[in-house]
Design a protein around this ligand. Structure first.
Ligand SMILES: [Zn+2]
Length: 608
């Protein structure tokens, strides 16, 4: 309480000096600008504040204190979100709360009751009240909160309780960071250790990355881009930064400018990370990268950066009616993730091509790999793209079945070509994107699942109802060859028979079998989960890749000898090599396209 009053006094004092020097009535615009830039506290009254402190003994706990005025003394409901927007899966972050208390301004305890896994109700207390809770963050490998002695990642929705009915109130965040830690966040900095947000949605959308961060920055189209890195890695920092700058510039060109003045990239580099993952926000993104892969080639990070960055338009501004407004407590199902994720991946790839990060051949190779992935998945004949999106809440974003990223990206490519073909290359998917941005996003309106045919008609002037019925809501195979030919591209999709002993997932340095199909050749020969595979044909090997490489050299009908260890006993297994179908796809430029196909190809590949 004392601290907050101190803040107010300071505001008042600066105010006075300012008024003595300048005639306010003639300089209102100037004053507002100055206030926004120099002293955001003037715009953000300290009615609701969050203070964050770290347990620096065991590095296991965080304590959040919420202070607010409660002039009417009414009951207040504090809720921990159940999911992080963008993650589309249950997080149930209330389960991380291990301690809760509430006091009034005199320090007297206020009665409270836990109403559910995520809701705490505090009984009244007139005037200022203070609520404190302790979080035990779950591991860093999960999208939520993570903490250890080297740093922390705090996703807003997994950290900050929502005060019901006060979601629109501006908030102040104070962080008592451990010595030597820096803080990277998209929140607006007010003073050294305090940040402000216009309301709960902004607070929840601005994760904090803390630690001994290194950083760099660049400016594109007048907007400042800050890159922060957690984790030591000898990556080629200038090349990495230049690549990010090119991606930003290409996407800005496509969208007609950047809708922010400051954007924050939070990179977490780890040698333990396999592949990469990220989460999007309106003016920031958090991206985990394998430091080993980025050290080898900074371009290994290009796809995820381009994808997460493009989300600042597609999903954070152009959004689904299911997320507008956001409901943090209940699942928000939509059939439209094919657009918000799949089409985001399509534009991410186009940006890599148009920025020169990828060559034309690399772009085509990546699209061909997406075709292989979909055609290799038998679920494409059972689950529609709209259903795949709808079911993410039960299947998980990387769950079984077809992926709305994968098929959505391909649908985006085919739709782009079809719009260009139908309009004699006068319109493209870019027009649909711009229509959504200017008509929906700027009006704060979400896109309804049943609006896509109308949107395409409005933006492209053509009727795509039958196209959507077949490929989005239906199970028809995507006609790659036929449609890509309209863009002067030749698609060859072939089925090959490849040697296999089954889909075996192997983890760890001792080649432990994590999963396998029991009906596969290896399963029939007696291989079981948790067996250790010591050698194949008396040769040591490394992990799944090593096993598949060895089997790949065999002929169907051959046998391989596995030496396994189960319960400390070694024994040999002889496995007959089976066969499986593998789809291979090549995409190339048609040697002699007609003039329209050539024009479509040129404009699609070179873009704005
Ligand atoms: Zn995404």
């Amino acid at each position: 309480m004392t601290h907050r009053r101190g803040e107010r006094n300071r505001v008042q004092r600066r105010h006075s000096v300012f008024f003595q020097r300048i005639d306010f009535s003639r300089c209102r615009v100037l004053f507002c600008l100055w206030a926004c830039l120099v002293f955001p506290a003037l715009l953000y009254p300290a009615g609701l504040s969050y203070t964050l402190a770290f347990d620096q003994l065991t590095w296991k706990y965080l304590t959040v204190t919420i202070q607010l005025e409660n002039p009417s003394g009414r009951r207040l409901l504090f809720s921990m979100p159940n999911w992080i927007p963008g993650a589309y899966e249950w997080g149930l972050f209330g389960d991380q709360v291990i301690d809760f208390s509430a006091v009034d301004s005199s320090g007297a305890k206020l009665a409270w009751e836990k109403l559910s896994r995520s809701d705490w109700e505090v009984q009244g207390g007139e005037g200022p009240i203070s609520v404190a809770y302790t979080l035990k963050p779950i591991s860093r490998s999960y999208w939520g909160t993570g903490l250890d002695s080297t740093g922390a990642l705090l996703e807003g929705a997994a950290t900050w309780m929502r005060v019901r009915d006060l979601e629109k109130m501006p908030v102040r965040v104070r962080v008592r960071a451990p010595a030597g830690w820096r803080i990277a966040t998209g929140l607006t900095r007010e003073t050294g250790e305090s940040w402000v947000a216009g309301g709960y949605d902004e607070l929840a959308d601005c994760p904090l990355l803390l630690g001994a961060l290194s950083d760099t920055s660049f400016v594109v189209d007048g907007a400042r881009h800050e890159l922060y890195f957690h984790g030591e890695a000898a990556i080629d920092r200038p090349a990495f930064t230049a690549m990010v700058g090119r991606i930003v510039a290409a996407q800005s060109r496509l969208m007609g400018g950047l809708p922010y003045t400051r954007y924050v990239f939070q990179f977490i580099l780890s040698a333990d990370e396999r592949g990469s993952s990220g989460l999007e926000h309106r003016n920031s993104t958090t991206i985990r990268l394998s430091s080993l892969e980025v050290m080898k080639d900074v371009r290994s990070a290009a796809s995820i950066i381009s994808h997460e960055f493009f989300h600042l338009w597609n999903v954070k501004r152009i959004t689904s009616a299911a997320f507008a407004p956001l409901n943090y407590q209940q699942e928000a199902r939509t059939e439209s993730l094919w657009w918000f994720e799949g089409v985001t991946s399509y534009y991410a790839d186009l940006a890599l091509l148009r920025s020169g990060v990828w060559t034309g051949d690399e772009f085509l190779r990546h699209q061909a790999m997406e075709i292989e992935r979909l055609q290799d998945n038998p679920d494409r004949l059972r689950t529609t793209l709209a259903q795949a999106s709808w079911r993410v809440w039960q299947n998980g974003f990387a769950g079984p079945g077809i992926s709305y990223y994968n098929k959505g990206q391909l649908l985006g490519l085919l739709l782009d070509v079809m719009i260009r073909k139908a309009t004699r290359n006068e319109k493209s998917l870019d027009h649909v994107l711009h229509y959504l941005y200017h008509t929906y996003a700027r009006a704060g309106r979400g896109v309804g699942d049943d609006e896509w045919a109308d949107i395409l008609r409005q933006a492209a002037g053509k009727d795509f109802t039958a196209f959507l019925d077949r490929y989005l809501y239906g199970l028809a195979e995507l006609p790659y060859q036929e449609i890509l030919a309209f863009a002067g591209l030749k698609a060859v999709v072939q089925t090959e028979r490849m040697p296999t002993i089954g889909a075996i997932r192997i983890i760890g340095p001792r080649n432990r079998v994590f999963s396998l199909e029991e009906t596969s050749a290896a399963g029939r020969a007696g291989l079981r989960r948790n067996d250790l595979i010591l050698s194949i044909d008396d040769q040591a090997f490394k992990g799944e890749a090593g096993l598949y490489e060895w089997v790949g050299k065999k002929t169907i009908g051959d046998t391989v000898r596995l030496l396994i260890s189960r319960d400390g006993i070694q024994w040999p297994l002889t496995v007959a090599v089976d066969s499986r179908e593998q789809i291979s796809c090549t995409l190339s430029l048609s040697p002699s396209p007609d003039p329209m196909a050539l024009a479509i190809r040129n404009s699609l590949l070179s873009g704005p």
